[in-house]
Design a protein around this ligand. Structure first.
Ligand SMILES: Nc1ncnc2c1ncn2[C@@H]1O[C@H](COP(=O)(O)OP(=O)(O)OP(=O)(O)O)[C@@H](O)[C@H]1O
Ligand SMILES: [Mg+2]
Length: 236
């Protein structure tokens, strides 16, 4: 469903992505890992059109994304959950979810069928907190809210940047379990995750990045077997 081919992205004159290629099939959960500053977030931003690749191609269901604006890419069915949790802190959980519904659809289930009711059914914890203000949620709850608010736009693919960053170990599991549930519901997931020991339990495939390039691609078993790769590119 997503084919990233040889993209090169820059911030000003700094050349950050040096020919990144990756693929996602419908329904997969794929994890992009790598040390700090290697270009993981820039890869997600390039897919979303926030950073414009100077070279290469990104095809989503046979539609070229390079050159489109972020809102056009979102409209095609790509959801993006950035590193910083962008919830509305002064609004309740319920109001936050309503804000996620795309303009015009007014609460009706779109193609992906996401409604506030369905969210509450799948994630009862958010229902328990439905009248709490965003600012009164724990870090893990805020992260879950950010993800489900993105789902309200009925994306076919979501890009999630470091969902467990800064969360306590117990909550890390809750957030990853939540993403596994999202995937089971039929949404394809591409996530960036530093905590590969947690991610390895739920993702189907992995890409490792180093210095703006993909240096490894494989499934769980392949990643576990590739001790050298893990030593060189992941462990500190
Ligand atoms: N807006 C920006 N302007 C200039 N340089 C940037 C900008 N954002 C990121 N960079 C640089 O681009 C490189 C890649 O950054 P990126 O955020 O993609 O890395 P990352 O793999 O997501 O790292 P982290 O694990 O720390 O989130 C880094 O050297 C970073 O300093
Ligand atoms: Mg990052």
């Amino acid at each position: 469903m997503l084919e990233v081919r040889d993209i090169h992205s820059y911030y000003g004159k700094s050349h950050i992505l040096h020919g990144v290629s990756l693929d996602l099939k419908e329904g997969e959960m794929v994890c992009l890992i790598g040390r700090n500053g290697v270009g993981k977030s820039t890869t997600l931003k390039s897919i979303m059109g926030i950073v414009k690749p100077q070279q290469g191609s990104i095809r989503f269901h046979d539609q070229e994304l390079v050159g489109l604006a972020p809102y056009e890419i979102a409209r095609l069915g790509v959801g993006y959950v950035p590193e910083d949790r962008r919830i509305f802190r002064s609004l309740t959980v319920h109001e936050n979810l309503l804000m996620g519904i795309k303009g015009g659809k007014k609460g009706s289930a779109g193609e992906g069928g996401w409604t506030v009711e369905r969210v509450y059914e799948l994630f009862p914890r958010l229902q328990e907190r439905c009248n709490n203000k965003g600012s009164h949620l724990s870090g893990g709850e805020q992260q879950m809210l950010t993800v489900v608010r993105t789902l309200m736009g009925n994306p076919r693919l979501i890009l999630v940047d470091e969902p467990t960053e800064g969360l306590a170990p117990l909550i890390v599991k809750d957030v990853l379990d939540m993403l596994a549930t999202v995937r089971k519901s039929g949404v394809t997931v591409l996530m960036v995750e530093q905590n590969f020991k947690a991610a390895i339990k739920i993702a189907d495939r992995f890409y490792i990045m180093s210095k703006g390039q993909i240096v490894f691609s494989g499934n769980q078993a392949e990643l576990l077997a590739a001790e050298d790769v893990r030593k060189n590119y992941l462990e500190v």
